[in-house]
Write a new protein. Structure first.
Length: 250
């Protein structure tokens, strides 16, 4: 049973987990198959944030499943008796246009790292990274903390996202957003309209087509429409879309 005291502490913890991390902890990587780059947080940084805010957090993993060239598992993080779950997926093998192997380490190791990132995002860690424009502006406001190399990457990102730096104002924290947070999840009564609205938002933001989403529904749940999913499955599908790169579900 979730007491009012535990609920209040969970809300405090999640609010802390959602806060942007130090600018110098961010890194930049290329998006496979594109000429674009993406700001991200290494999984070790995310693990450290969990340790800092909720040192008694627990993690569990499902058995790894293999689907074509992907290794997939479910991962849950439990804090104060409340568990939030996400789906993680990594390519078993990824080759360049010239046939060069691009993957590093075993699929299991990479999946473990990806699963921590995705389950932590369900708790709010690094969730602001989905808004790359906000993230780039946040780094710009804190550019004096960045290395020379990262500042050069930042300049390229500003050009890529066509951000006018002259219009930027200091924004030390992510602006508050209305979202389906911890209370609906704890109550066990997720709002399907909100979930579907968030799914549409993620699809638009990540450029995921309707056909790609249908393919993912078929592969993950064996259905053709979101209306055939249970509330829990609809939440799982949302977390899958949040955590997946577009090329994973093509």
């Amino acid at each position: 049973m979730i007491t009012p005291e535990i609920r209040e502490e969970l809300c405090r913890i999640q609010a802390e987990l959602k806060k942007p991390l130090s600018a110098k902890l961010h890194e930049v990587r290329e998006l496979p198959g594109t000429d674009k780059k993406w700001v991200f947080l290494p999984w070790q940084v995310i693990r450290d944030r969990l340790d800092e805010v909720a040192p008694e957090w627990l993690i569990d993993h499902s058995e790894i499943q293999y689907m074509n060239n992907d290794a997939i598992c479910r991962c849950g993080i439990t804090i104060l008796g409340v568990r939030k779950e996400a789906i993680a997926s990594v390519p078993i093998s990824l080759t360049s246009a010239k046939g060069k192997e691009m993957t590093r380490g075993s699929a299991a190791d990479r999946l473990a790292a990806e699963s921590i990132k995705n389950a932590a995002e369900a708790w709010g860690v690094g969730r602001y990274l989905d808004d790359q424009e906000f993230t780039i502006k946040y780094l710009w406001d804190n550019r004096h903390h960045l290395s020379d190399d990262m500042n050069r990457e930042l300049q390229l990102l500003i050009k890529q996202y066509k951000i006018a730096t002259g219009m930027m104002q200091p924004r030390p924290q992510m602006p508050a957003k209305k979202e389906a947070g911890i209370l609906p999840t704890l109550a066990g009564t997720p709002d399907r309209k909100l979930l579907n609205a968030e799914i549409e938002s993620v699809m638009n933001r990540k450029g995921i087509s309707l056909e790609q989403a249908k393919s993912a529904l078929s592969e993950l749940f064996g259905v053709k429409s979101r209306s055939q999913l249970s509330d829990k499955q609809l939440q799982e599908f949302l977390e899958y879309l949040r955590s997946s790169r577009v090329e994973v579900i093509k």
